[in-house]
Design a protein around this ligand. Structure first.
Ligand SMILES: *Cc1c(COP(=O)(O)O)cnc(C)c1O
Length: 437
């Protein structure tokens, strides 16, 4: 099949005249995989269509939010009903209360939720809150974990930063970078050593519950529990960044699925799924720390569009569709798609690792298991690029980077999975034409 991508090409030329690199977020520009980014105009269920009329099975799902598929009738209805009543008041409205109640009902230990418009903002606020609560400056993060693009967290981050091979971004001052200490993921010894020497200066440790912004890298046993214990022991705050995993890994996210283990994060951040494709994110936690936020407390945080009635209506409608049956479907589909890709690559002798936590999975183009960012960086990105482009040309859209998770939706059908499998076999042949190192 050869696609006509004439219109995508001309939109991308126009875009580059008016938007830096032609994109509103860097990975979308396809720099690490080559070729022309497609300009999309429509989605329905598991399928999306570009400006040239080409149809794709979508395994990006807007990087997570489209968990129930595109333009789900119940979400569309909720949004249009809300939009008819006004886009925004800049004042309290019921939908944000309903969404906060829904989040609290799903995640044990959470008592308060503050809404913002992006995951970046949520994490930024969590960091400020942790520093205010402890009176300390240092933030500890793990290499390859992405926590949005705020200055303090844009140090050895994953996602687009990893894709573009940027160690740290220019424009982040030395002072800001100095207050962020970066450790290797899954390395408990480094964490213990750091706390032994600087424990009383550390405001917070932030981690993804299961990192998914360098590809999916499950934590070793007790990793999150140990962070919880060591932060508690030293009076630091444990920030659990569930922007990706929240309401994706289970109906309450990662922590909800693990809370019987007896450890508890102090602060949570959410985004992606809770907006159902609209700009909603949140910071959440127990009442005591959360009430430090203004206006009860003195830690300032605000937003013109925060808790927006249309966006929170979309989030609420989406979460209402996220029941146990959906997560069962997602787990099954992720396993089907993951093993189809893995079998196709194996048949062509392409070295790879299929790694997952529940329905969140990724394929690393390397012959060794990936436990941290250094391992992830050993991938054969040329092979990935060949695989990616063949998938896309044959109507399957996967993340345009070897350092990202893949996202299934509840709308995937048996025939979608069969087509993915067929296209994967073709694409694996393309990948195999690149040498193994
Ligand atoms: C996507 C993501 C963010 C940033 O969210 P944005 O809405 O893109 O600002 C932060 N943390 C994690 C874990 C993410 O996956």
């Amino acid at each position: 099949m050869t696609q006509d991508i004439h219109n995508s090409q001309s939109w991308h030329q126009r875009a580059q005249q008016v938007i830096p690199g032609g994109v509103s977020s860097p990975v979308r520009a396809f720099k690490s995989v080559g070729g022309t980014p497609r300009y999309f105009v429509r989605g329905e269920g598991s399928h999306i269509w570009d400006v040239d009329g080409n149809e794709y099975i979508d395994l990006v799902g807007s990087w997570g939010p489209m968990i129930v598929g595109h333009a789900h009738p119940q979400v569309v209805l909720a949004v249009t009903e809300a939009a008819k009543l006004s886009a925004s008041f800049g004042a309290p409205s019921p939908n944000e209360v309903l969404l906060a109640e829904e989040i609290i009902s799903r995640v044990p230990t959470i008592e308060r939720v503050r809404f913002v418009s992006s995951g970046t903002e949520a994490v930024m606020t969590a960091v400020r809150l942790a520093r205010a609560a402890t009176g300390r400056a240092l933030i500890v993060k793990f290499a390859g974990c992405y926590h949005g693009h705020s200055d303090a967290l844009l140090v050895q981050a994953g996602s687009g930063v990893a894709t573009l091979g940027l160690p740290n971004s220019p424009g982040v001052t030395e002072g800001q970078a100095q207050d962020t200490l970066v450790l290797e993921y899954n390395n408990l010894q480094q964490l213990q050593e750091l706390f032994a020497t600087r424990g009383s200066d550390i405001a917070a440790v932030i981690t993804e519950p299961v990192p998914a912004n360098m590809g999916v890298v499950p934590p070793i046993e007790n990793f999150n529990a140990t962070i919880a214990a060591i932060t508690k022991q030293h009076g630091a705050i444990f920030i659990f960044d569930e922007v990706m995993t929240g309401f994706r890994i289970s109906r309450g996210g990662y922590f909800a699925a693990h809370h019987t283990e007896g450890w508890v994060p102090d602060l949570f951040t959410f985004g992606k799924v809770i907006g159902g494709g609209y700009p909603v994110a949140a910071i959440a936690g127990g009442a005591q720390i959360m009430e430090l936020l203004a206006p009860t407390g003195s830690v300032y945080q605000a937003g013109t569009l925060s808790g927006n009635p249309v966006a929170t209506a979309a989030g609420l409608a989406t979460l209402q569709l996220c029941d146990e049956a959906l997560y069962k479907t997602l787990d099954t589909r992720a396993a089907q798609v993951g093993s189809a890709i893995s079998e196709a690559l194996a048949a062509e002798g392409v070295a790879h690792q299929l790694q997952n936590d529940g329905n969140l999975f990724s394929i690393f183009f390397t012959d060794q298991p990936v436990r941290n960012f250094a391992d992830a960086s050993k991938q054969n990105t040329k092979q990935f690029a060949a695989f990616f482009n063949a998938m896309l040309e044959n109507g399957v859209s996967i993340p345009p980077s070897a350092f990202e998770a893949w996202f299934v939706s509840g709308a995937l059908s048996d025939s979608d999975c069969e087509r993915i499998s067929r296209v994967a076999r073709i694409s694996a042949k393309h990948a195999s034409q690149f040498s193994h190192s």
